[in-house]
Design a protein around this ligand. Structure first.
Ligand code: NAI
Ligand code: MG
Length: 357
């Protein structure tokens, strides 16, 4: 049966970078047996302009029918002054919530050719290849009760609730164990079980799941130590699984180990393996329309789409290898170019990846 891929170009550099990923899809269809139908729909600012809502009903309906969704990025100065419900970012939050995308997968992969771009010494980070699996729809960002109130002594206080149900922990655990099986079989669960009851339960559920995944070795680490280890010796990690708040912080930290925002893909998955794939960066209005954006984060997001939603792991490997090859050839968009290095544009980079396939 043919796979259905929905493409949401979005705003700013979104349409430019997504066009390059689409060239890769076309090449995979033509030469490597990918059986997929590609559709397009609007999300974000372009949807506000054309249809009066950041997530139009028709886009949501098509997103529900698709096997996987590839998104560019949304937002920009043009829509910053409009009412909150109409902001482009609302479209993104809404589609994540509507589709129940609870598992956020953020790889930190440093191509050896770019080791110089990291803030850390090349020998510490060269060849880094890890994955953070972050719980995305629970924890302290959503827990009730929450709010601002006036205490009995008249002083205001703000409060939030960190709450995780066994069911929520179990499903993110399963997503992480499965991801570890597809990689090198090492899973590190990060929590704060020495202080937090929610973490105690988290640890217990992870331990309970472990026997079902005999090919994965499970370890545990406190979040403060994990932060330290990430910058001290990041290559010790294969897959990390953690809650929403810890994952927000650790994934940004891990991302920056690689040095370039233009290289970082992400996936957000539901229980059935359907997912939304997007670069970690935003719509970069400062460089939009100038053929200067790096399309590789989006192309690497496509590789994740092939691996996690379409079960086309061999094609995913092929796309990632092609990206490695163009970097090896010395091709650089401005964001990853060193001092005085020649640069190529967005379309030339995409064409080079297609040629390298
Ligand atoms: P941004 O990630 O768009 O840009 C930050 C910096 O990185 C800019 O200098 C930009 O030129 C550069 N950059 C980003 N992607 C690049 C690429 N592929 N190649 C080369 N350089 C790249 O973040 P910023 O400036 O905070 O936000 C701009 C807009 O994007 C805002 O409207 C924001 O709300 C939106 N945004 C959307 C996201 C999404 O759609 N998931 C995520 C983050 C921000
Ligand atoms: Mg963040």
């Amino acid at each position: 049966m043919s796979h259905r891929i929905l493409i949401l170009p979005g705003d700013g550099i979104g349409p430019e970078i997504v066009a390059e990923a689409e060239k890769v899809v076309t090449a995979l269809q033509a030469d490597f047996g990918l059986d997929a139908e590609v559709e397009h729909a609007r999300l974000g600012g372009q949807a506000v302009d054309a249809e009066g809502a950041p997530l139009p009903e028709s886009t949501l309906a098509r997103a529900r029918e698709a096997d996987a969704i590839l998104l560019g990025a949304v937002g920009g100065p043009k829509w910053e002054a409009i009412d909150r419900p109409l902001r482009p970012e609302r479209g993104l939050l809404a589609i994540r919530a509507e589709l129940g995308l609870f598992a956020n997968l953020r790889p930190a992969l440093l191509f050896p050719e770019l080791a110089g771009a990291s803030a850390l010494r090349p020998e510490v980070v060269a060849g880094l290849d890890m994955l953070i699996v972050r719980e995305l729809t629970g924890g302290i960002y959503f827990g009730e009760p929450r709010g601002l109130r006036i205490r009995e002594d008249g002083v205001r206080e703000g409060f939030n609730t960190l709450r995780y149900g066994e069911d929520e922990i179990e499903r993110i655990g399963r997503a992480a164990f499965t991801a570890a099986q597809r990689r090198n079989g090492r899973l590190c669960s990060v929590d704060k079980a020495n202080v937090l009851e929610s973490s105690e339960l988290w640890r217990e559920v992870m331990e309970r799941l472990a026997p079902e995944y005999p090919d994965v070795s499970l370890s545990h680490m406190y979040v403060d130590n994990a932060a330290m280890q990430l910058v001290r010796a990041p290559k010790q990690f294969d897959v990390i699984v953690t809650g929403n708040l810890f994952g927000d912080i650790l994934s940004d930290c891990a991302a920056m180990l690689t040095g370039s925002i233009g290289m970082l893909p992400s996936a957000s998955l539901d229980e059935t393996g359907k997912g939304l794939y997007e670069p970690v960066h935003g719509s970069a209005p400062d460089i939009a329309g100038r053929d200067a954006a790096n399309p590789l984060a989006t192309i690497l997001s496509l590789a994740m789409l092939l691996r996690y939603s379409l079960d086309e792991g061999a094609l995913a490997d092929r796309v990632e290898a092609a990206v490695g090859r163009v970097l090896g050839q010395g091709l650089r968009t401005p964001d990853i170019a060193g001092e005085g290095e020649p640069v190529v544009g967005t379309t030339a980079m995409g064409d080079a990846v297609v040629a390298a396939l």
